[in-house]
Design a protein around this ligand. Structure first.
Ligand code: AMP
Ligand code: MN
Ligand code: MN
Ligand code: MN
Length: 281
């Protein structure tokens, strides 16, 4: 089995480590094939590739695109694309647009429940001015003593119906899948157990994803229990999807799954990297 970790975040999105520090940590943890998958952003790809190559670690380009499907946010991981592709770059730029305004509105919502200065507070944690995310607000609210950790912030303030939540329209599923495939990569549904779709909605998500050219699904990921991994292993087989494996590591202080420290993919599945053999760098 190959120790592949194809999902994590750097300071280019909402992680706390630089691409170089992540590469070093992945290597130290025994990762043999790595991808940095910043949210809606590929600005860290050249650095990640260079750092991986300097360490003798194989690399696939990566990103995690925010998509709105059936009223929910779904994440689509892209792997092995040409990171200089202009259609992909422009699509990601448009997807990032609107984050600044959304953050101002989130801050207004928090001010109404007595939490002031959240926008400025979150900005202190931002490594990329185009990529202010809920995670940065969560870090500020922990710093301010409002909550004890980031999951508590999400539960109380940053999810649907809570004061700091602002509904947002992300990319369309078909666009995200086509940007990735058009740039020579493979699109993968990220952490499928983390959505709250009805069975019919989930079926629609997967069939539409496949119809638009999506090929993969994350089976083993930091937030999946072993039961959830088994369930989506079965889904992969039912829909003829290849399987991906990635920690979704964000920070040594926040992530419970470290880079590379994941269960293996179930043996009966085709790993996504088999489709991407000629894209590994
Ligand atoms: P955004 O793209 O700004 O909506 O932020 C989404 C990010 O928030 C995800 O990528 C996670 O890093 C983080 N996140 C979402 N839900 C939770 C949660 N329940 N606990 C901790 N972090 C979360
Ligand atoms: Mn994140
Ligand atoms: Mn995600
Ligand atoms: Mn992620």
């Amino acid at each position: 089995m190959l120790n592949a970790d194809l999902h994590c975040h750097s300071t280019v999105s909402d992680g706390t480590l630089t691409p170089e520090a992540l590469a070093g940590r992945a290597k130290a943890n025994g990762v043999e094939l790595w991808a940095l998958t910043d949210h809606d952003e590929i600005g860290g790809q050249a650095r990640a590739l260079q750092a991986a190559q300097a360490l003798g670690m194989r690399y696939l380009t990566g990103t995690e695109i925010s998509v709105t499907f059936a009223g929910q946010t779904v994440h689509i991981v892209g792997l092995g694309f040409d990171h200089l592709d202009s259609t992909l770059a422009e699509g990601l730029r448009r997807t990032r647009g609107g984050r600044g305004e959304r953050a101002q509105e989130m801050s207004d919502g928090l001010a109404k429940v007595g939490i002031h200065g959240a926008y400025e507070g979150a900005l202190k944690y931002v490594g990329n001015p185009e990529l202010i995310s809920r995670t940065h607000f969560a870090r500020f609210l922990v710093e301010a003593g409002v909550c004890k950790d980031t999951p508590e912030v999400f539960r109380k303030y940053l999810t649907e119906g809570k004061p700091g939540f602002v509904p947002h329209r992300w990319a369309r599923l078909q666009d995200a899948v086509q940007w990735i495939s058009g740039a020579g990569g493979v699109a993968v549904i990220a952490h499928p157990a983390r959505y709250s779709f009805t069975p019919n909605e989930e079926y629609a998500l997967i069939t539409e994803f496949v119809a638009h050219g999506g090929r993969g699904i994350e089976v083993v990921t930091g937030s999946h229990s072993s039961q959830e991994a088994q369930r989506y292993a079965q889904t992969a087989q039912e829909f003829g999807l290849v399987a991906s494996r990635g920690s979704d590591f964000h920070s040594p202080d926040e992530s419970h799954t470290d880079l590379g420290a994941l269960p293996w993919l179930p043996g009966q599945l085709t790993p996504v990297w088999e489709l991407l053999a000629d894209r590994i760098q």
